[in-house]
Design a protein around this ligand. Structure first.
Ligand SMILES: [Zn+2]
Length: 414
């Protein structure tokens, strides 16, 4: 590694960062997964870290099903409050260790619910993990912003009876309903839970999300759930444009009031626009313009996209992040799954810097945007004060690594 690479890595690690798109069940420590599997008698293909990396959590995946394989094991060990609390705390610790000061931890509570564990218990366990982390990482005197975290509830576009006890129960009691009605009902129930737990019990449930297989399972089927989240003043994000076209992104915005989009990989791909649209090229142009203008943020997960989208696997420069930057879309770097994608926020940024030639000030601006577009669990005034602290800290880091730059930044602002 050259000295420039080392300096760049130290700079990125030192900067304040966010992770606005990270799944709890995709971000366990391998050692913890093995320990919990032993404790709960969950069968793993290997009980060594090297064995699991070779067989399950690979550096590269053949396709999406192979990518998703690991979640079977991680979800199986996350069925107790203790396991949920512990893995949440460890995720926060891993974030803090690389200078990620703000994180929104997302998970699908219904994957962890069973007769011995209610949805409220699941949320409270994750909250305990967050609270422990916030207390443990508080009080540092180096000027770093305090560590903060929120949680995002994920509904699933599709599930079957093998996903979890709760999903099996939902299928069982709605045997005469169409599958899409059951999916829609499950997500509506979850949205209502999110609103109640936030507004009445004070849990930091900051937003509602929709995840899972996109093709064939449109977001519009979950419009009622999003309406409930909207009426409860929750933040809204949707996994969209990951394995389906630009219209899926528009549905997320139009039908689900999305403030942010997870991935948005096919935003510019006119070839993926359906036959109802007369001029696909004009459609994607207008959509991109709309997304830019409304400051709808794209949660960009470079490594994860390369692992699940074969077209992007060979060369990161093919990723639409370049176009997003050119058009000044609001973007933020996220890991998606720290374990499954074998990545960190620092790695994501370094890869972006290398592939897209970002300079130091651009990196600073994108990172600060992550804080601004977060669904911060506090009042707007508290958020402003936090962001101010972040900006001052980021500028101090920039000045330390690239002396003289911040004067230029202040000139540019005026
Ligand atoms: Zn995701």
């Amino acid at each position: 590694m050259s000295s420039t690479t080392i300096a760049l890595e130290s700079f990125v690690r030192a900067l304040p960062k966010t992770d606005l798109h990270v799944h709890l069940d995709g971000s366990l420590r391998l050692g913890t997964l093995i320990e919990l599997a032993r404790e709960h008698r969950v069968e793993l293909p290997s009980y060594t870290e090297a064995g699991l990396i070779e067989q399950v959590f690979k550096p590269r995946y053949k396709n999406l099903p192979e990518y998703l394989e690991g979640f079977r094991y991680t979800c199986a060990v996350l069925q107790t409050p203790e396991a949920l609390e512990r893995t949440t705390f460890e995720l926060c610790a891993d974030c803090r260790e690389e200078g990620v000061d703000y994180v929104e931890i997302r998970f699908a509570p219904q994957l962890h619910v069973h007769p011995g564990l209610s949805l409220r218990d699941v949320a409270k366990a994750v909250h305990r993990g967050i609270r422990r982390a916030e207390t443990a990482f508080d009080g540092r005197s180096d000027g770093r912003p305090p560590f903060r975290a929120g949680m995002i509830f994920c509904a699933l576009r599709y599930f079957n009876e093998f996903f979890s006890d709760e999903y099996r129960r939902l299928k069982d009691v709605h045997q005469f309903s169409a599958p899409e009605e059951v999916f829609a009902f499950a997500s509506l129930e979850l949205a209502r839970a999110a609103v109640k737990l936030k507004n009445e019990e004070g849990l930091p449930v900051v937003a509602f999300d929709l995840a899972g297989q996109e093709k064939g399972y449109p977001a519009s089927q979950h419009a009622r759930a999003y309406q409930a989240a909207h009426e409860g003043f929750l933040g809204k994000t949707v996994h969209a444009g990951e394995d389906y076209g630009p219209e899926s992104i528009f549905q997320a915005i139009g039908d689900c009031h999305a403030d942010r989009i997870g991935h948005g990989t096919w935003l510019f791909d006119a070839s993926k626009v359906g036959p109802k649209v007369k001029d696909p090229q004009a459609y994607v142009e207008r959509l991109a313009q709309y997304v830019a203008d409304r400051r709808i943020s794209i949660e960009v997960c470079l490594t994860s996209n390369q692992q699940t989208v074969p077209e992007l696997a060979g060369d990161l420069r093919l990723h639409p992040f370049g176009k997003m930057r050119q058009r000044r879309l609001s973007t933020t770097f996220c890991t998606d799954n720290r374990l499954v994608s074998s990545t960190t926020v620092t790695k994501e940024i370094l890869r972006a810097v290398e592939a897209f030639g970002l300079h130091a000030e651009e990196v600073r601006d994108i990172l600060i945007y992550g804080f601004k577009r977060s669904f911060f669990p506090g009042t707007y005034l508290e958020k402003r004060a936090y962001v101010r602290q972040v900006i001052d800290f980021a500028d101090a880091v920039l000045e330390r690594f690239f002396p003289g730059t911040t004067q230029g930044l202040h000139r540019r602002k005026s």
